[in-house]
Design a protein around this ligand. Structure first.
Ligand code: ADP
Length: 453
């Protein structure tokens, strides 16, 4: 096992990785920008190294600075967390070339799955159902129009290198195609440095269901059930839960089984997630995330398995601590993302935390790196924590989540907790009857009502 791991990230996930390392007897190195010198992980880590100014491109994306920090501290492995460099194949390759272990997949898998056009082709060949759409990238606006006419409107244009819901355009009328095609390309170029776009049929009523997988890199592969992430805003997840309230046991076994098969055939290494849209009993692969995900605690709560520890074990060449036969999915878990934002306008609300009291008690977990007196810097993502709850069934889980939200005190900034309280009180959420478009539809209704009043 490694003696020392460098954590190439910030915020709650950096702290999460630190915690896993400590339980495994591993020393930690935190790297941080000048804006994060007072962060919790910097306080707790065994060592810390400043890697640059606030802008992520100069610090958390600064590969030479991170590799240098690993070299001077004598770290043996680097955990990239999520976001930042976690899905950068070039970084993974450089980490390995410099003699460190990369706590993540093989660079070639990050590369092939990072290009969504290649990813779709690859997994389709290996046996996963995909969303119907363009065969590969779109070559021209004429190509876009022809593809839309072939599959029927509406369609969605997506960036091949996309992520975080950026650079997607829904087209409902052919006359809007030329504009949507060129905006999607320029947004893709601006956000991801690659203007390759492709097209999918836009599904009107899907759920977002994803399967957590693990591979040993040598042809072993396993799945840990699903998470339902259908509560979204602007294609970004807001609430995640597992198991999905809509899957049958047969559907779960089918999609988990084919996902695990693909992991085996790829000889995939480490943690990964296959994301699917699910509509009328059918699954459609959208993309694979080759990293630990924000919502991984949902799976941890229902399996009792520490996914970050398992990632580290695999990277160190050890065996997973679980097998297919000893995974038990127990009870129900829901995670809500706590963002430093106004809960109605979603305007960012950075600032100083004046008071902080996380909820506690049986089945409650708050993954956050904030503390009283901490100032949330304005430079990074607005997510400041995740409240995760477990119960023996969905009803108990929901009651516990209400109680946990009521109990949580975060003063000095605005957070999205009131939004979550509202979401989980809605009849559609309680019955589990909603699609990925439900939240935006409800928010639009609230805005209308406000305007009318
Ligand atoms: P990203 O990598 O940016 O998160 P995804 O391909 O995972 O992009 O898509 C993100 C979200 O966009 C999905 O969860 C879903 O809400 C929506 N979406 C993507 N493709 C489609 C589609 N073909 N039909 C309907 N919604 C879609």
């Amino acid at each position: 096992m490694f003696k020392k791991v460098l954590i190439a990230n910030r915020g709650e996930i950096a702290l999460r990785i630190h915690r896993a390392c400590k339980e495994m007897g591993i020393e930690t190195v935190a790297v941080h920008s000048t804006a994060d010198e007072n962060s919790m992980v910097v306080r707790l880590a065994d060592e810390s190294v400043c890697i640059g100014p606030p802008a992520a491109k100069d610090s958390y994306l600064n590969i030479p600075a991170i590799l240098t920090a690993a070299a001077i501290t004598g770290a043996e492995a680097i955990h990239p967390g999520y976001g930042f460099l976690s899905e950068n194949a070039e970084f993974a390759r450089m980490v390995e070339e410099h003699g460190f272990a990369f706590i993540g997949p093989k660079p070639e898998h990050i590369e092939s799955m990072g290009d969504k056009v290649v990813a779709k082709e690859t997994v389709q060949t290996l046996g996963l159902p995909v969303v119907p759409g363009s065969a590969g990238a779109l070559g021209s606006v004429e190509d876009a129009i022809a593809t839309a006419e072939e599959w029927g409107l509406p369609v969605i244009i997506k960036a091949a290198s996309g992520g975080g819901g950026k650079g997607m355009k829904v087209v409902r009328d052919i006359k809007d195609m030329a504009e949507a095609y060129s905006t999607a390309r320029s947004e893709a170029k601006a956000n991801f440095g690659d203007d390759t776009v492709y097209m999918e049929k836009f599904l009107e009523k899907p759920r977002h269901i994803e399967i957590q997988v693990f591979g040993d890199g040598k042809g072993g592969g396993i799945h840990l059930g699903e998470r339902d992430c259908s509560i979204q805003r602007r294609h970004q997840k807001v609430v995640e839960e597992g198991p999905s309230p809509v899957l049958t046991d047969e559907e779960r076994e089918y999609i988990g089984g084919v996902s695990a098969d693909v992991v085996k055939k790829m000889q995939y290494r480490g943690a990964g997630t296959f994301e699917f849209l699910f509509e009328e009993g059918k699954f459609y692969f959208m993309e694979m995330n080759t990293r630990i995900q924000v919502e991984h605690p949902v799976t941890e709560m229902i399996t009792g398995i520490d996914l970050v520890c398992e990632q580290i074990r695999i990277a160190a060449g050890e065996e997973l601590t679980f097998k297919k036969d000893n995974i038990r999915l127990r009870g129900h878990s829901i995670e809500v993302r706590v963002n430093a934002e106004n809960p109605r306008t979603f305007m960012p609300s950075p600032g100083m935390i004046k008071e902080y009291h996380p909820a506690g008690g049986l089945g409650i977990r708050m993954d956050s790196a904030i503390y009283k007196g901490y100032s949330i810097p304005p430079y990074y993502d607005s997510m400041v924590g995740k409240l995760i709850v477990h119960g023996r069934d969905r009803a108990e889980c929901l009651r516990r989540l209400h109680r946990a939200i009521d109990e949580t005190v975060i003063e000095g900034i605005e957070t999205t907790l009131p939004l979550h309280k509202w979401i989980i009180s809605q009849p559609e959420f309680i019955s589990g009857d909603y699609t990925i478009h439900w939240l935006e539809q409800q928010l639009a209704k609230l805005d209308e009502a406000d305007k009318a009043a």
